[in-house]
Write a protein that binds this ligand. Structure first.
Ligand SMILES: CC(C)(COP(=O)(O)OP(=O)(O)OC[C@H]1O[C@@H](n2cnc3c(N)ncnc32)[C@H](O)[C@@H]1OP(=O)(O)O)[C@@H](O)C(=O)NCCC(=O)NCCS
Length: 173
């Protein structure tokens, strides 16, 4: 087995402590967001974040767009490595943010995990029978753009949002 292999896991109650450590590592490194987590940074209570993530996964009248959120876990030692979320469809409101958002914990960046995690998420998108996904990046976020490109992403749009230059990368699933 490759020592760096990741698997996607759904957040659950028994992951509270390791998720808290994952979040705190971001704050300790000066990241005020936990990318790809559906807002983990803004929740003081783990159970409230978990309930939100779970409700976003369901299709209800309040929640017309289903969103799946995963952690990626390294198989060899069980460490949480990254977080990734995917909207199964987009509305006009969600369009600029794209389908997929992702992050890798600061201490594990630049080791190939971002690419591996995105490939796993694209496999999940294939299971959902999605045909293509859009990934949005800030134009100055080279790591994010290169991660999208390393999985087949091609630049299809450049635009500005709130004065920030952004890009859309499209990946055929
Ligand atoms: C973006 C992010 C997920 C990439 O994950 P990662 O594990 O560091 O990336 P990988 O090691 O898999 O590298 C993927 C590609 O990005 C490139 N890359 C990685 N870090 C880079 C950096 N700091 N600067 C430039 N390129 C970088 C790699 O060289 C590789 O490109 P290649 O295939 O052409 O060689 C990670 O850096 C991160 O969590 N950043 C903060 C959160 C964020 O910006 N998320 C995206 C917005 S939602």
């Amino acid at each position: 087995m490759d020592g760096n292999e990741l698997v996607l896991v759904c957040p659950s109650e028994d992951m509270e402590e390791e998720v808290l450590r994952y979040k705190e590592e971001h704050f300790a490194c000066g990241d005020m967001q936990v990318h790809g987590s559906g807002g983990l940074a803004y929740y003081d209570r783990y159970d409230e974040w978990l309930n939100r993530i779970r409700s976003m996964r369901r299709n209800t009248t309040d929640n017309p767009v289903q969103t799946s959120t995963f952690f990626s876990r390294r198989v060899t030692d069980g460490k949480l490595i990254g977080c990734i979320k995917i909207h199964h469809t987009l509305t006009d409101e969600l369009e600029s943010g794209g389908h997929i958002a992702y992050g890798i914990r600061p201490s594990e960046r630049g080791k190939g995990y971002g690419r591996q995690q995105l490939l796993l998420c694209l496999e999940y998108a294939r299971q959902l029978q999605m045909k293509q996904v859009i990934i949005a990046c800030d134009r100055d976020n080279a790591a994010s753009a290169k991660t999208a490109m390393s999985c087949g992403g091609r630049l299809v749009k450049e635009f500005e949002e709130d004065g920030i230059p952004k890009q859309h990368y499209l990946i055929e699933v």
